[in-house]
Design a protein around this ligand. Structure first.
Ligand SMILES: Cc1cc2nc3c(=O)[nH]c(=O)nc-3n(C[C@H](O)[C@H](O)[C@H](O)COP(=O)(O)OP(=O)(O)OC[C@H]3O[C@@H](n4cnc5c(N)ncnc54)[C@H](O)[C@@H]3O)c2cc1C
Length: 416
């Protein structure tokens, strides 16, 4: 096991390490001896300041010399939201199938396996068997096998319990790749799993592919404020792990005739993951589902071109008439015109509506990062050279307030 190690014989309890560690409290001094805590990130700062050489970082030889050939399948963590498997799971399965096909081409065939944690049978239809169950949907969506754990302790979205379950399974079954949705829950869970398994994790990938020469997972995501795309690989550790935001990848068309196995496993009694020791859940605030624009089929996305907050009622009226959700660019959130949950883009949400009407949005690269999944884009902008027109199928050059006002009056007339 790798980690920061204290030679307690040599330690003189001088606290220089504690000061060097700063706010993270990765090391404390108790009874005149240093002790490493769960928040240690192994950055090594304290090692350099110890005057008696009592601190060292031990590298896990096992990790560096992992037998990489013993790792095989592609796992997708199936997030269960209430009574349904979250849509991002099916998007990941669609991508996992493509990755499996690529691995097969480079001589490393593998299965796509979905991990389905759920409460006991009675608590959710997702946990049941047969048609309409979560397991059946996962197989239809691309899984060759489903590993399911039905346990009361997994009924609630407790990332610590889930992480402990995933880690136990990963240690014994050795997946080559593990994919998580970059949902609020996935963002909590995936780093815990990666830290516990001492492997890498690339968050918010927009492209995943297999390097057909090395067989490695190429994990591409925007970097440096979206100004370049970085492709990241994890050459020395397994599993290779990535998160992908909802709406970025395309789900496969479900095929209810696909064959697949379902294996029920018990929740191990094992200890929680180490990262969880540093975490205390104070309160759970339920998600405001009504406000989620991630799954909207129609969206009106407004930008600074609408001029002022006073234009928002007109935009909301358009949403109402179209049955659309309301999204926005980042400056509107920064100006306090709309809440963060409406923000579309690299640091907001990714959306994949059938129809997106972009109103007074320039189309900066960070904004475009969130709308790549939209099927049809209609853009309204006064500037004929606005980058948004580079991704729109229909381009309206003109004042957006005037255009929307006209659109609203025509839609209202149609209703009457
Ligand atoms: C690290 C980082 C992350 C970021 N993340 C995000 C993100 O997640 N989402 C995001 O949106 N941005 C993000 N940004 C900001 C992004 O770079 C842009 O600044 C932002 O998207 C611009 O918003 P906008 O198009 O509304 O405003 P502007 O760039 O000001 O564009 C306004 C547009 O409206 C047009 N216009 C003006 N008047 C009218 C009119 N009357 N009628 C029609 N059109 C008109 C103009 O021609 C212009 O094209 C991020 C930036 C950084 C550095």
């Amino acid at each position: 096991m790798s980690g920061l190690v204290v030679d307690t014989q040599a330690c003189i309890g001088c606290r220089k390490c504690v000061r060097a560690c700063g706010g993270t409290a990765g090391i404390v001094v108790e009874n005149r001896k240093a002790r490493v805590t769960a928040t240690c990130t192994m950055c090594g700062t304290c090692v350099g300041v110890c005057p008696v050489g009592a601190l060292s970082i031990e590298k896990d030889e096992g990790a560096g010399s992992q037998d990489l050939s013993s790792y095989r399948d592609i796992w997708v963590f199936a997030q269960v939201d209430g009574d349904v498997v979250a849509p991002v799971t099916f998007e990941l399965l669609g991508k996992a199938r493509e990755l499996a096909a690529q691995r097969a081409r480079c001589g490393s065939p593998c299965d796509v396996v979905a991990l389905l944690p759920c409460g006991p049978l009675a608590s959710s239809p997702v946990c049941g068997d047969g048609e309409g169950s979560g397991a059946a949907a996962l197989v239809a969506g691309g899984a060759d096998a489903v590993i399911r754990c039905r346990d009361e302790l997994l009924a609630a979205p407790d990332a610590r319990r889930m992480a402990s379950w995933v880690c136990e399974l990963a240690r014994s079954r050795r997946p080559e790749i593990v994919l998580f949705g970059a949902t609020g829950f996935g963002r909590e869970l995936a780093p815990m799993v990666a830290a516990e398994l001492r492997t890498g994790l690339t968050a918010d990938c927009t492209v995943l592919a297999i390097d057909e020469t090395t067989g490695m997972l190429q994990q591409t995501r925007p970097a440096f404020g979206g100004n370049l795309m970085a492709t990241i690989v994890c050459p020395g550790h397994r599993p290779q792990m990535a998160t992908v935001r909802p709406g970025v990848m395309a789900a496969a068309v479900p095929d209810p005739t696909r064959p697949g196995t379902v294996e029920d496993v018990a929740l191990p009694a094992g200890s929680p993951v180490r990262a969880a020791e540093a975490l205390e859940v104070l309160r759970r605030i339920p998600r405001d589902d009504a406000a989620s624009i991630t799954d909207a089929e129609r969206l009106v996305v407004v930008g600074r071109g609408i001029g002022s907050k006073k234009a928002l009622p007109l935009m909301r009226r358009l949403c109402e008439l179209l049955g659309a959700g309301l999204g926005c660019s980042r400056p509107l959130v920064e100006s306090g015109w709309l809440e963060y949950r409406h923000q579309v883009g690299q640091t907001g949400v990714s959306v994949s509506p059938k129809l997106l009407i972009s109103v007074g949005v320039s189309g900066a690269i960070q904004h475009l990062a969130g709308i790549g999944g939209a099927q049809t884009v209609i853009a309204i902008n006064t500037d004929p050279d606005a980058p948004i027109f580079g991704v729109s199928q229909y381009s309206v050059v003109g004042d957006c307030n005037e255009v929307v006002r006209e659109l609203v009056s025509q839609l209202e007339a149609e209703r009457d």
